[in-house]
Write a protein that binds this ligand. Structure first.
Ligand code: AMP
Length: 284
């Protein structure tokens, strides 16, 4: 049984559960506040704080885990990075008050006080740049620190930048680009490695399918070459003979993002019976 540490609450928890459910690893929780859950036959989930997951995995309390890359970097632990799950995107940024005159990182004077809950990454970043700073550790609401006079600038997570703006702060540099990652302990046993690879493929096939759609259409035989240009598909469309007719059936995997444009182009070519469905998993 492999134990996987998953975030128990916060921004990542919902999407992580949804991903595991979609991959057939249904999270079966016993009771509202359960700390563990069965995840299919071969995996067990433990629910802990996203911040604690790098430590738990590195120390062997769990074999693998899902958490933000920012938290993995902040932990400083040597972990194996298995996969980018592509959600929970955010950046760890340096921000200063809009009225501070700090426009870029070079404007930051030695001796400034930097409020952050990412104390290790903050220290490391400014040391590498040769700028002497003092870290003011905070555990939340970092963006108000410059207004309270306890720090001059901050290092905090943002995705759209709107919370920073709302608090009169300007982004002046990026320290880490983050998203949710599947991580594992280094040097695990070969049996564990095989199971982790299965897990990686199961999650990967769900992620690969999310931005794709399966499209079917009846195509006039005469329009087939035009349709091939509209529907490159994964390996070109599958063309199926329709008995005794002037039409053939075409199946293809297409990007979800441009599906309206694809449908319009097919209709313009005389296609009929266009059907679009979601794909649960995709293993190219
Ligand atoms: P939480 O448990 O809600 O404090 O957040 C845990 C993780 O969610 C963070 O460490 C980031 O990896 C991720 N995250 C994604 N978007 C954001 C955002 N806009 N602000 C903060 N954290 C974010």
């Amino acid at each position: 049984m492999l134990r996987i540490a998953l975030p128990n609450k916060g921004r990542l928890s919902e999407e992580v559960r949804e991903l595991f459910n979609d991959a057939g690893l249904e999270v079966r929780v016993r009771g509202e506040r359960a700390l563990t859950a069965s995840l299919g036959g071969e995996f067990e989930a433990i629910f802990v704080r996203a911040q604690d997951i790098p430590e738990f995995v590195a120390d062997g309390a769990a074999d693998a885990g899902v958490t933000g890359w920012d938290l993995v970097c902040e932990s400083g632990r040597d972990l194996e990075h298995l996969m980018d799950l592509e959600f929970g995107r955010c950046r760890l940024v340096v921000a200063a008050r809009e009225d501070s005159g700090i426009q870029k990182l070079e404007d930051i004077q030695s001796g400034v006080r930097v409020a952050s809950s990412f104390t290790r990454l903050t220290e490391e970043f400014f040391t590498r740049r040769g700028q002497k700073i003092t870290v003011v550790p905070v555990s939340g609401a970092t963006e108000i620190a410059p207004h309270l006079g306890i720090a001059d600038i901050i290092v905090d997570l943002t995705s759209t930048g709107s919370t920073l703006k709302m608090n009169g702060l300007r982004e002046v540099g990026t320290i880490v680009q983050s998203s949710a990652r599947l991580i594992a302990r280094k040097n695990h046993a070969p049996e564990a490695a095989a199971k982790l690879e299965e897990l990686r493929q199961a999650l990967g096939s769900v992620l690969a399918a999310r931005d794709k759609r399966y499209l079917m259409a009846n195509v006039p035989r005469t329009a087939l070459s035009g349709v091939r240009e509209v529907l490159p598909g994964l390996n070109g469309p599958t063309v199926v003979e329709v008995q005794g007719g002037d039409f053939v059936a075409v199946h293809a995997v297409v990007p979800a993002r441009t599906i309206y444009r694809t449908i319009n182009a097919l209709r313009a070519l005389g296609c009929q019976g266009i059907l679009v469905t979601r794909i649960e998993r995709l293993m190219p």
